[in-house]
Design a protein around this ligand. Sequence first.
Ligand code: ADP
Length: 494
Amino acid sequence: MILIVDDNPDNIYSLQKLLESKNFKVHAAQSGEEALKKILKYNYALIILDVQMPDMDGFEVAENIAGFSKTKETPIIFLSAVNTDKRFITKGYDSGGLDYVTKPVDPDILMLKVKTFYRLYEQTQALKDIQQTLEREVERRKEAQKELRSKVDYLHTLLESLPQIAFTCDNRGNIDFVNGRWFQFSDNECIFPQTHPDDRSIAAELQESLESGKPLEMEVRIKKRDETVYSYQLLRVWPILENGENNWVGTFTDIDSQKKAEKEKDEFLSIASHELKTPLTSIKAYMQLLDRKLNLDKACAEAKYVDRVQDQVEKLNSLITDLLDISKIDNGKLIINKKMFSLERMIQSAIDSIVQTHDQSNMILLRQGDISNLMVYGDEIRLEQVLVNFLTNAYKYAAGTEKIIVDCNVMDDFVKVSVVDFGIGIPESKQSEVFDKFYRVEETSFDFQGLGIGLYICSEIIRSHQGTIGVESSEGKGATFYFTLPLNIPTDAK
Ligand code: ADP
C-alpha cells in the first residue's frame, strides 16, 4: 500500500489515478497530521510526500516517521515544486527520504521509482520474514537443547542412584556415561568390565542389538577389578528414541545369589528324583508281581485296591520322570534321538495310551486332518511325550466337557499338530507364561493337581526340533495347544 500526502486534492487525485491504474493500493492524506495518524495505523510500502504543506511540512513529517520504530525504514519520495535548491534536496535526504522528485512530475519516471521502491520493500519484507523464522528456529532449538540437557542430567542422576552398574551409549556403541559403580568393575569408562572366558563378549552382543535396534538381555559373569571370582549379572540394554536416533541405557543387575540358589535347587531336584526313582521302580515291579501272584477276581474290592495302587504308582512315576527331565534340561543333557518316522503312527500311539489311562472318562477324542504318509524328522518318543502331555492337560482342564480334538495341518514347510479342548481355558495375560518352568495359572491351581513343569519340558523338546509351540485360548471357552515341526528335513536324514 502506498500513502500519498499532499495538501492539494487535485495533485492527490491525479497521482492516485496514476498509481491505481498500475494496480497499486493507495491511501491519501491532506495534511502532515492526517498522514502521521494513518502511518501509525497502517503499514505502507512507500510514502509519497509533498514538501510544501501548511502547518507541518514534508520534512517534519519525514522526521516524525523516522522517529517511530514501526515506520523508520519506510521509503519516502519527496515531491516538491519549489525546493529544487541542493540545500533542500539534502534536507530531504537527511530527514529520512530515499528519493527526491521535483514538480512537474514526469509520470513515467515517478512510476519507475515507485516500482523500484515497491520491489525493494517487498524484498526487504521477505528477508525480514526469513530472518524472523530463522530466529524463531534458533530459539526453538536452544529450548529443545536446554530441555534435552536437563533430561540427560535427570537420567544421569537417576542412573547414579541405582544399586546397579549403569551406563549409556550412542547408536555406534560408544559409551558416553557410566555411574560410580562401574569403576568397581572397570578402570576405564569406555571399556566394559572383563567377562568370564566362557561367556559371550558383551561388545559383540551389544553390536548385534545396536544393528537390529532390539533390546539386549543376557546373563554374563564379570569380576570386580580387585577380585578374581566372577559373579553373575543380568545385563539389559534398552534403546531410547531421542531426536529420531536411538540412544541406549544399560544396567548390570547382580543375580549371583539367585543363580547359586537356582543351581542348588536344580542339584537337589536332580538328586531327589534319582533317589526316588530307584525304590519306585522296585515298588512298581513288586506290585506287578503281587497282582499276578494274587490273580484276583477283577470285581472284588482287593483287585480294585491293587489297581488304584498301580495307578498312583504310575502317576508318581511320571512326576519323577518329569523332574528328572527338568534336571536333564538344566544340565543340557536331554538327549534327542532324531530319525525319520510316521507322524500319524506317533499320534495314534499317543491317542491309544491316553485313552487307556482315561478309560473312565466320557469325553470323545476326535482325530482331524489327514496326514497319512507324512514322514517327519525327530525324536518320536519325545514328541509323543509332548502330545500325551497336551492330551493329559486337555482331559484334566476340560473334564466334564464332550470332546477333545487332535488336529493336523500341513503348511508349506511345516506341519502343525493341535489339541483342542473346550474346558476352562487360560486368561490372555497368562498365556505366554504357561510354558515357563513351574508356572501354574494361579486362579485354577487349587482345583487341579500338578507341578507346572509338563509344558516347560514340551517347549524344550519342541525347541530342540527347531519347531514352535503355543496356545490360543479364550477364558472359559477352551484352549488349543499346538506345536509345529519343520518339514525341510536334512538331506542326510532322508
Ligand atoms: P500342570 O498341569 O502340571 O500344572 P503344565 O506345565 O502342564 O503343568 O501346565 C502349566 C499350567 O498351564 C497349568 O497349571 C494350567 O494352569 C495351564 N494349562 C495347561 N493346559 C491347559 C488347558 N488345556 N486348559 C487350561 N489350562 C491349561
